[in-house]
Design a protein around this ligand. Sequence first.
Ligand code: ADP
Length: 553
Amino acid sequence: MLVVLVITSVDRRLRERILEQANAGLLREARLIGAEWTSPDVADSVADTQGALIAHRVTLIDTAGSVLGDSEFDDAQLRALENHRTRPEVAEALRSGSGTAVRQSASAGDVEIYSAVRHPFGVVRVSMAFDAHGVLVRQVRRDVFSAAALASLVALALATLFARTVTRPVLELRDDARAIAGGDLQRRPSLAAPGEVGELASAFHRLAEQLTARVQALEAEDALLRAVSDALNEGVVAFDSRQQVQQINDGARLLLGVREPLPFSLDQLPRDRVLRDAINQALAGRETDDVETTLQERTVTLTARPLTGGGAVLALYDVTPIRRLETVRRDFVANVSHELKTPLTVVGGFAETLRDPTLTSEQRAQFVETILSNTQRMHRLVDDLLDLSRIESGGWVPNPTTLDLDAIAAETLNTFSAAAAAKGIELKRAIPAEGASLSADGMAVRQILTNLVHNALRHTQAGSVMIFSEPGPQNLIIGVRDTGSGIPAEHLPRVFERFYRVDASRSRAEGGTGLGLAIVKHLAEAHGGRVSAESTVGAGTTFRVELPRVQGG
Ligand code: ADP
């Protein structure tokens, strides 16, 4: 634009200047020719000779405007020329002494500059083609344009070079900023750039350092939070305000049965009404009481709380074991009460009757006997309960010593020999030499065998009761086998439960407490062992107690 402006302005000034100078030259020539024009009659010859001399068109015009002489036209043509009084340069010269005009020549056809001076006989006018000067202007214009173009090119090249050195670090900074924003926290801008760009780069460098430190701190915090929440027994789920799960710990995944990767929608959670209600209330910003529901067959307490910045957090606590224990405790209290109620009623009733003075001494003796046997039954029950609670509470720890199993078995069977003989039942033992020695608590092994043999004798009418052992590389099995009534398959898995009886009234009548096998089971488990039973109704039952072999047997 500047070049165009310069060219236009130079062009105009040059034109004006050339015109001015040409005009001055022509006026000078006109005045000289005027000096030669001594009479109106010589006008045409003066015009011709002077015109030929100066090589410009010379026209001599009288005051009326008629052309008297013209270097380019002969006499005949002169007469045909129109009146020149109205030509601007002629009119101007007549008025003020000199005049000039540039225009298309009616006769010559090109652009001419006309300069005229007043003369006593009229006006002397000299003219020349102005186009010759146009060539010069064009020449100058072309030169200016070439110089300008060259200057522009050089300027452009220099500017590009300069811009490059300035923009390269800026572009690098831009790329670094993009990379860091994209998550490449190791990226750092080069600090080589000079001046303000260098300052910008170093500020940016510090910014990146701080950002990295912050992100690392946040990540560490996040990892800690995650570790803490995963270590919790409780399940924890965090929702944002758009109902998306943003955090969930392992406990919550287990209780809710979800595996989706984070974040996922609330819709992926189980369609439990209580659960959804609790979450929705909390997401709506309302505090609600804890609620309980069943998820994946587990009883779960839900605590949902709104978060201050929107969203909500849900805590899940698995109360299944607590609820199960509560049931066990309720059942236990009911069972114990029930077990004690019958003998207590009997004792109370017979004691009441004893007050009657009319009773015979035989009757009294009989009633006292009944009271005594019921008191013994309650005693046994309380003893068994105490044993059980002692073992169960963990207060009792086995004191293992090396035991001679064969001797203990013989001893146990001995205590039952009278009872067995009365029923005609044979008492046997099958303890191989390698299964005769074990490391266990002597009292415990004696009680296990006593309880099992006692049960076997009670449920066997004929045949035998046998204590046996089966040595294994890791374990030693102690067992009692009888040829008695057997236990129906549906009852077999439950006979080790407290107070579980196959035939309750018969067991009570025989003085059973319903705790014998429960005690056996707990004693075995206190040793790190386990119990099992197999039975065929009518053919007999086998109880096995598997004890770990702490030392060679
Ligand atoms: P109880 O004091 O009633 O015998 P236990 O816990 O010792 O209590 O036994 C539980 C139940 O298992 C008994 O009531 C009985 O029905 C059954 N049972 C135990 N041992 C035998 C056995 N050897 N033969 C058949 N049934 C048995």
